[in-house]
Design a protein around this ligand. Structure first.
Ligand SMILES: *Cc1c(COP(=O)(O)O)cnc(C)c1O
Length: 384
């Protein structure tokens, strides 16, 4: 029942489209889409060289090979020229991504895919609620997937869903619905605990305490982290991976979706504040020309000495994010397991070394701006 209501609510941000399938996490939705596209051994799937490790994982689980394409430094999304170079006779799918909520050059990517008879998938885990040239993020490609993990556009604790735009994929997606395993009782209890803890403790004052507590829980395997240890240290599929979306998740999603418009507005307003400030100071920033369409999840900033920058931020209690401090976040060794060679992707690798994220869900950007003003020496200039 909740799933049906949730589907209707979600479709309001997806231009009314309703072919939505729910899964335990976004990565599981990606796995389902790839399976519906019949991806298997011998196939290649092109992905940005600046993503989360849970994106190459399902490709590898299916016996296919992730092939990376370097990114554009302004949008952090796949470079069209690098994408063309990455296509081989084995390529079956191109995955593009709304990194930090910024849209990729999606029309061009779709044209390239058409010319080469390839499927396209949009990784909308950051971009739900945004649009590109008047159409909702997630509605351009053959399929798209979303995440409602706790720090994605809206939260259901953990969670994922797929939107299917190409009707040829629907029968296979429907058949896969029967194969989904139920979320276990233990997982439901964990999830409920996580939701309650976050609701009650997560405010700015206790942010750092909360982060420490959360890390301790994850370390002791008491909580469903965003990426459990094994998924970031190996390419073996977890024993039970293809799981559904429980009622607890659907209820939490419905509750948090109510605040989405307000959150999108706040994030965009804050992003604007940062861009105006950084531009005036001659520092790197998200260009204003990219603002219109975006759903802003995190604000990316490149700094000269990240360790020092984080240290100073902790001291001033500025909750910086650390998304994409690795080109296949959060992996920082054994890249070869994911068929990744950092040297082949100089833009993504260089950017990942300098990346921090400014907080967007704050009502106190003055404090952040003050911090930036005091630390201008550590912020990279406008031209990289
Ligand atoms: C979070 C994320 C995912 C996966 O979402 P989960 O729900 O955690 O599986 C995929 N791609 C990107 C870029 C992400 O940031």
């Amino acid at each position: 029942m909740d799933h049906k209501i949730l589907r209707d609510e979600l479709s309001k941000y997806l231009d009314g489209k309703k072919d939505i399938f729910f899964h335990f996490k976004g990565r599981v939705s990606l796995y389902a889409i790839l399976k519906a596209m019949k991806i298997g051994p011998g196939d290649e799937v092109i992905i940005p060289a600046f993503t989360c490790v849970v994106v190459p994982n399902p490709i590898i689980y299916l016996g296919a090979k992730p092939v990376y394409a370097d990114i554009e430094p302004d949008t952090f999304n796949i470079s069209v020229s690098k994408l063309k170079e990455a296509i081989t006779p084995k390529t079956k799918v191109i995955i593009c991504q709304n990194t930090f909520g910024l849209s990729s050059n999606i029309e061009e990517i779709i044209n390239i895919a058409r010319q080469n008879k390839l499927f396209t998938i949009e990784d909308c885990t950051h971009g739900y609620g945004g649009t590109y040239k008047g159409k909702a993020n997630g509605t351009y490609c053959d399929a798209s997937f979303f995440s409602s993990q706790w720090n994605k556009p809206f939260s259901s604790g953990v969670g994922g869903y797929a939107l299917i735009n190409n009707p040829d994929l629907l029968p296979a997606m429907q058949a896969l619905e029967e194969k989904k395993e139920n979320v276990s009782l233990l997982e439901k209890i964990n999830l409920k605990a996580l939701i309650i803890v976050r609701r009650n403790f997560l405010n700015n004052a206790s942010y750092f305490l909360m982060v420490r507590f959360y890390r301790w829980l994850s370390k002791n395997k008491l909580i469903l982290g965003s990426s459990s240890g094994k998924e970031i240290s190996s390419v073996n599929k977890p024993k039970v991976f293809f799981k559904g979306y429980s009622n607890i998740q659907a209820k939490e999603a419905l509750k948090n979706l109510k605040n989405l418009d307000q959150m999108l507005e706040l994030r965009k307003k804050n992003a604007q504040t940062y861009s105006i400030f950084l531009k005036e100071k001659g520092k790197n920033h998200v260009p204003m020309t990219l603002f219109e369409n975006h759903s802003f999840l995190k604000y990316p900033l490149l700094v000269k000495d990240r360790e020092q920058f984080f240290k100073r931020a902790r001291h001033k209690k500025i909750p910086l994010g650390d998304w994409f401090i690795s080109p296949i976040h959060p992996v920082n060794n054994s890249y070869h397991l994911w068929h990744f060679d950092p040297q082949k992707f100089p833009t993504a690798t260089a950017i990942a070394k300098k990346m921090v994220n400014l907080p967007l869900e704050t009502h106190n950007t003055d404090k952040v701006i003050r911090f930036l003003t005091e630390n201008l020496d550590l912020i990279e200039g406008d031209k990289l």
